[in-house]
Design a protein around this ligand. Structure first.
Ligand code: GNR
Ligand code: NI
Length: 172
């Protein structure tokens, strides 16, 4: 396993639409293992493959608390079914948009159809943080960031700050 560098905005790769996976094989499992290690190291609670620069429809996640057993989850080719009409608001952050947090409103519940680590089809009913996080990650597969759900003013302010930081880091 290896920790891979995380792509940060406004890197254009984060705008790519990720491609479906056609086979869950050892090569894909190696990517998922690296993604999980990268996510734990960051630390974060979810990670989409494009965040390590690989444009495939793969997500890893672990919502276990600090004093709980780790509970890694793997989602290959996820699809959202039956999003609820009731919405919930969570303060979100993103490893690709460092040091910025804001509230986003999303369907409170949804059902997710996906392939697991072994390539087996699964259906999961999600609510709470799991529903929010899976929708945040599914957005990444479509080239969408959580800041796209905010006002243009807020989004542009964040992107400008990130650009400036990257310019300063490159000049070191
Ligand atoms: O670590 C993360 N925390 C988080 C908090 C609220 C809503 C979504 C997330 S996902 C984020 C990791 C990440 O950027 N995944 O794409
Ligand atoms: Ni994110």
């Amino acid at each position: 396993m290896a920790i891979r560098p995380i792509v940060t905005a406004p890197d254009p790769r984060l705008r790519e639409i990720s491609k479906p996976v056609d086979r869950v094989d050892d090569e894909l499992r190696a990517l998922m293992d690296d993604m999980l290690e990268t996510m734990y190291d960051a630390p974060g609670i979810g990670l989409a493959a494009i965040q390590v620069g690989v444009p495939v429809r793969v997500i890893v996640m672990d919502l276990a608390g600090e004093d709980e057993e780790p509970l890694p989850r793997f989602f290959v080719n996820p699809e959202i079914l039956d999003p609820s009409e009731d919405m919930s608001i969570y303060e979100e952050g993103c490893l690709s948009v460092p040091d910025f947090f804001d509230e986003v409103e999303r369907p409170a519940q949804c059902r997710i159809k996906f392939l697991d680590y072994d390539g087996k089809e699964q259906i999961l009913d999600a609510k709470g943080m799991l529903a929010t996080c899976i929708q945040h990650e599914m957005d990444h597969l479509e080239g969408v960031l959580f800041i796209d759900h905010l006002s243009r003013l807020k989004r542009e302010r964040v992107l400008k700050k990130l650009k400036k930081e990257q310019r300063l880091a490159a000049a070191e």
